[in-house]
Write a protein that binds this ligand. Structure first.
Ligand SMILES: [Zn+2]
Ligand SMILES: [Zn+2]
Length: 136
């Protein structure tokens, strides 16, 4: 049984997920990979421990290498194309796309990362803690 409300699915419902843990943190990412992934100004994600995360259904994986040198896996639905989550196996973390949540209000953004790549037209809450890159 899950105490958290971190559950959701892709647009067609072919892939769904759940996390039994509370978020480690919640953030907007402005890096260029995330802009390509979302097709928008930034990606919004809830970070949870990999061991708390379960996936049902099939995803297709696109791998990219982050600034840290870690390879990360971007999981999307092969049917509807929704980006669902990103796995960082080196850090054993999963970043769940906030827009795929059953209840999107579960996402409470705390910080913004890779603001050095932020688009001038992408306005977010100026009160959020912001970082040029990824904080340690
Ligand atoms: Zn789908
Ligand atoms: Zn990013």
């Amino acid at each position: 049984m899950s105490n958290s409300n971190i559950k959701g699915s892709c647009q067609c419902g072919g892939a769904s997920y759940e996390s039994t843990a509370d978020p480690v943190f919640s953030a907007h990412c402005h890096c260029n990979h995330c802009k390509k992934t979302t097709g928008a100004g930034h990606l919004s994600a809830i970070c949870v421990p990999q061991q708390s995360f379960t996936l049902q259904g099939k995803t297709t994986i696109f791998e990219t290498t982050g600034d840290s040198g870690n390879v990360i896996q971007r999981h999307f639905c092969p049917t509807c194309g929704s980006n669902i989550f990103i796995a960082n196996e080196a850090l054993e973390l999963v970043f769940v796309m906030a827009g795929t949540l059953e209840d999107v209000e579960v996402f409470k953004p705390e910080l913004e990362v890779f603001c050095m790549h932020k688009a001038s037209w992408d306005q977010t809450n100026p009160e959020l803690q912001s970082f040029d890159k990824m904080p340690d």
